[in-house]
Design a protein around this ligand. Structure first.
Ligand SMILES: Nc1ncnc2c1ncn2[C@@H]1O[C@H](COP(=O)(O)OP(=O)(O)OP(=O)(O)O)[C@@H](O)[C@H]1O
Ligand SMILES: [Mg+2]
Length: 148
């Protein structure tokens, strides 16, 4: 499923990391994301979800759209439709001519699970759009934080 969305309402500081074309950097991005999420005071299950989404989207960017300009961004936002607190995760890559294609993996499939899992975790609130700078695309996911 590909959906576009207007920019979310940012409510706090975020982080952005340039991911060079090196799969080992995914671990660095995960560490940064974990620290940022903990600093936001997020519960451990929400942090786990953030890390899964970051890993899947960043890995896809490296695997299918590798280029010099892969950026991973996270920030706290208010999400539509009800302005709930959430986390916005967005990964920029350099390939605007190929888009994510969520699969319906069966139980013996060895791949095709990443976006399926992102879809499940976010309740379908993710998508991709061609960047306006003409250089590539963004794949985003919005994770609602359950009210405590
Ligand atoms: N950033 C991207 N750019 C281009 N194509 C993408 C991107 N992300 C995903 N895709 C396409 O969407 C498909 C599904 O991605 P998904 O992450 O669900 O599965 P996968 O990467 O094939 O396997 P897995 O994530 O289980 O290792 C990919 O096979 C690829 O064709
Ligand atoms: Mg994948």
């Amino acid at each position: 499923m590909i959906r576009t969305v207007t920019s979310p309402n940012r409510t706090g500081p975020g982080i952005m990391r340039l991911l060079h074309n090196d799969p080992h950097k995914i671990a660095d991005v995960r560490c940064d994301a974990e620290k940022w999420a903990a600093d936001q005071g997020l519960m451990s299950d929400v942090i786990d979800s953030v890390l899964i989404i970051v890993s899947e989207l960043a890995t896809n960017a490296l695997r299918y759209a590798a280029g010099p300009g892969i950026f991973v961004q996270l920030c706290a936002v208010r999400l539509p439709p009800d302005d709930a607190c959430g986390v916005w995760i967005e990964v920029w890559d350099d390939a605007r001519d190929v888009m994510p294609d969520r699969q319906e993996p069966d139980h013996i499939a060895e791949s095709g699970r990443g976006l399926f899992i992102v879809d499940q975790i976010t309740g379908g609130f993710w998508g991709a759009y061609a960047r306006r700078d003409g250089k590539g695309k963004a794949v985003w996911a919005g994770l609602k934080i359950p009210a405590t």
